[in-house]
Design a protein around this ligand. Structure first.
Ligand SMILES: [Fe+2]
Ligand SMILES: [Fe+2]
Length: 278
């Protein structure tokens, strides 16, 4: 199975690169399933029902989120009606929405997507390791053909620990939230694909997707500053490409994908794309 996880989509330029590139990426990479983290899609903060529809129309299958999931309040009443929009599984019991879903591919195969959130340097929430363990006990690999975990977190140590915690039991653990892609894509010893952070789909001439001046000012003066505004320059699409063995559900390949904007382009297959131009 071929899966793509696009990291945090930030603002309009991030949405544009995702919705224009996903149809072509589905074709050229023969993708079976596409997940995007949409927590910053609405002008940098949260997501709306209209943006969800735009993603689905372009060929996105599932949208994950993180700490910014509720920034646009309308999504709170929307999320229970959309099983393809996930929030972290380890939010307290009774929180609207779900932290995982099992999705059919149309050819009989199925994939479980889990969205969990880390705790170091983040909000105090329930233990993500226990939350993931519970889901894997209910539905281990074998019951589904692939399991993809978007682990939304700040600390690389917590993300690597989750990767090894899931090794051999999940197809891929890919981090989101830092908005910067890491260079550590690898298949762990027991067969789980891992990358600490997929990076953002957004304008990299910025401070993690926000206009530079207001962001820098926050570090220069210990005062409430100007409101952060999303950077609107051309975005780089940053994603993790994963290939799995349908028989075992374990990974046979993981590679970064970078396309457009300021970051050096990277194509995840050895064969170049037919028309690979950023
Ligand atoms: Fe984010
Ligand atoms: Fe985040």
């Amino acid at each position: 199975m071929r899966l793509l996880l696009c990291g945090d989509v930030v603002g309009r330029s991030g949405r544009t690169v995702v919705t224009t590139q996903v149809p072509r990426l589905r074709r050229e990479l023969a993708l079976d399933f596409v997940v995007v983290n949409g927590e910053n899609a609405a002008h940098g903060f949260g997501i709306t029902d209209k943006i969800c529809e735009e993603f689905y129309a372009s060929g996105v299958d599932v949208i994950t989120t993180g700490n910014h999931v509720w920034d646009r309040r309308d999504i709170i009443s929307y999320i229970d009606g959309d099983p393809r929009l996930l929030r972290p599984v380890n939010f307290p019991p009774g929180t609207p929405g779900k932290g995982h879903g099992v999705f059919a591919l149309g050819d009989g195969r199925s994939v479980m997507v889990i969205n969990a959130m880390a705790r170091l340097f983040m909000d105090a929430i329930d233990d993500p390791f226990t939350g993931v363990e519970r889901l894997l006990a209910e539905r281990p690999l074998g019951r589904v053909n692939a399991i993809l975990l978007d682990f939304h977190g700040e600390a690389t140590s917590e993300k690597m620990s989750m990767g090894h915690f899931c090794d051999g039991r999940v197809s891929a653990v890919v981090g989101t939230h830092s908005h910067v892609p890491t260079a550590d894509a690898q298949i762990l010893p027991k067969g789980t694909a891992y990358m600490t952070d997929a990076g953002m789909c957004g304008d990299y001439d910025s401070v993690i997707g926000m206009q530079k001046e207001a962001a820098i000012a926050r570090f220069l003066r210990k005062m409430p500053g100007e409101k952060l505004q999303v950077a609107e320059g051309e975005a780089t699409l940053c994603a993790a490409f994963i290939e799995t063995d349908d028989a075992t559900g374990l990974a046979t390949r993981i590679a970064p994908l970078r396309l457009g904007g300021r970051l050096k382009a990277h194509w995840p297959l050895d064969v170049p794309a037919r028309a690979f131009s950023p």
